[in-house]
Ligand binder design. Sequence first.
Ligand code: XLS
Ligand code: NI
Ligand code: NI
Length: 433
Amino acid sequence: MTDFFKGILPIAYEGPESRNEFAFRHYNPDEVILGKRMEEHLRFAVAYWHSFAWPGGDPFGGQTFDRPWFGDTMALAKMKADVAFEMFDILGVPYFCFHDADVRPEGATFAESRRNLEEIVDYFAAKMESHRTKLLWGTANLFSHRRFMAGAATNPDPEVFAWSAATVKSCMDATHKLCGQNYVLWGGREGYETLLNTDLARESEHAGRFLSMVVDYKHKIGFKGAILIEPKPQEPSKHQYDYDVATVYGFLKRFGLEGEVKLNIEQGHAILAGHSFEHELALAASLGLLGSIDMNRNDYQSGWDTDQFPDSVPEMARAYYEILRAGGFTTGGTNFDAKLRRQSLDPEDLILAHSGAMDVCARALKAAAALFADDTLEAARRDRYVGWDKPENQAMLTSGLEAIAARVEAEGINPAPRSGRQERLENLWNRYV
Ligand code: XLS
Ligand code: NI
Ligand code: NI
């Protein structure tokens, strides 16, 4: 036991009227919603990087957090793991997620970094025997170190491609060993700063080959989890190749990987791409690509990926509504890819940021589930397309322009516009949220 969270007891559900700051008001893991426990709907995960590795810097100032585990030794990496699992216990979260660089010190050589990772993975594995928190996903940090400044798989330097491939292999091995449910690839610096020095055709070809190798290796080692790509439009690169859901779908189709790879969709990245979170979720679901979500909140003014903890129930309800419509998570979950504001220095801040966000998500899920179960909204949606149930209209989809044109004249087709009823549906929505 460390004493970092000294005096903070496990957070329990006390109901909406509780005045206890350290309690859940809405997140009640065992409550059954639409036939499934709330915990299994939401599948919360803590992001190791933001909570335990991020020092609190911004472009104008450095470290603000003073954590006893900051430093580059294996002993400190183990202390960090101890504190992390203590927080997982306090929150009762079922999952966590990590990058290699979050959990182990960088070695002097690739081999030393790999051994450091393996040692921490063994340390995690031992902890996971006596704690309930499992691994939602693992990933590789292919963006922080200066060697990746021009990208990883899309780097002009083949040695960086090699280093990146070797790193992903070691992170897939780690994820597999810890029985991770998914493996994530966020293309950190897979993009460009200027077209003046960039060969787009070559870089995307390399990205496609790289991803194919990841899929091959998954099958080779018998990893049963899902491979997920996390789209993002810009930052850190001016233009990121995995811009948004639609772009990644085109990329997967091009390389024949659409049946092998799904998506990890992040709230803030959707906003940066000029979409809403629910748009990205609905589109991914419609394409059969919905895998997992990175839950956070973007500042709507700043234009940065601010990775704040979610605080808006109506917004999150839209997201969980799409997830419910898609049938819920399978291997995926709700990873809090969110960090404290840099003035939030106290251990309590770390706990309450998560417990509050879990409550926001739980409340949103409950509202979305009630509306979904009521079926009025879905009935209105179905009704809007009801004409397509008629066989003569279905037949148009397999016919051609000439036959349809003949039909229009023969039957005297003359469409009568119908209301889209948007405000009525918004009123319905607001009765639930
Ligand atoms: C950064 C990404 C990153 C991924 C994992 O914007 O959200 O945190 O989730 O590499
Ligand atoms: Ni993310
Ligand atoms: Ni992000």
